[in-house]
Design a protein around this ligand. Structure first.
Ligand code: UDP
Ligand code: MG
Length: 138
């Protein structure tokens, strides 16, 4: 799955009305949308998605925030998708995100940072499967 990655437009960016601009940036950067879904995570599902961060001090607040409103989940395709998408979104902390990145433009804090991007091919596969079945991916 090395040409695929997984993303979510997070509740803060969706609520602020930035979804259209963010999707435009993603397509302008050469990513094709293979699957897309407007949905909302329950507290429990947010906890499952971020289970890798369970021991971190921000885990509880992260689960509250990620279940606070709708998100748009997408599977994206491009050569070198995982690394190129991480470049497009910028650093986790918007104060450290490079100019022109999605987080530099739309993130409001290290927590409410507008968008998710998978950090490896393996996690892209796991995270994509968390939201989509095979028949939902074009
Ligand atoms: N996060 C947070 N506080 C931190 C670090 C991360 O609230 O100190 C949140 C933030 O929303 C981030 C998510 O937890 O996007 C997952 O953290 P990770 O380190 O995996 O960052 P990412 O891969 O999203 O850049
Ligand atoms: Mg991460």
């Amino acid at each position: 799955m090395s040409n695929l990655t997984f993303t979510m437009i997070k509740p803060d960016a969706f609520e602020a009305g930035h979804s259209g601009a963010i999707i435009q940036m993603i397509q302008d950067a050469g990513f094709a949308i293979k699957a897309a879904k407007l949905t909302k995570l329950s507290q429990e599902r947010a906890g499952q998605f971020y289970a890798v961060h369970k021991a971190r001090p921000f885990y509880g607040e992260l689960c509250d925030y990620m279940s606070s409103g709708p998100i748009i989940a997408m599977i994206l395709e491009k050569e070198n998708a995982v690394a190129d998408f991480r470049t497009l979104i910028g650093a986790t902390n918007p104060k450290e995100a490079a100019e022109g990145t999605i987080r530099a433009k739309f993130a409001t804090s290290i927590e409410a940072n507008a968008i998710h991007g998978s950090d490896s091919d393996e996690n892209a596969q796991i995270e994509g499967s968390f939201f989509f079945s095979q028949i939902e991916v074009f």
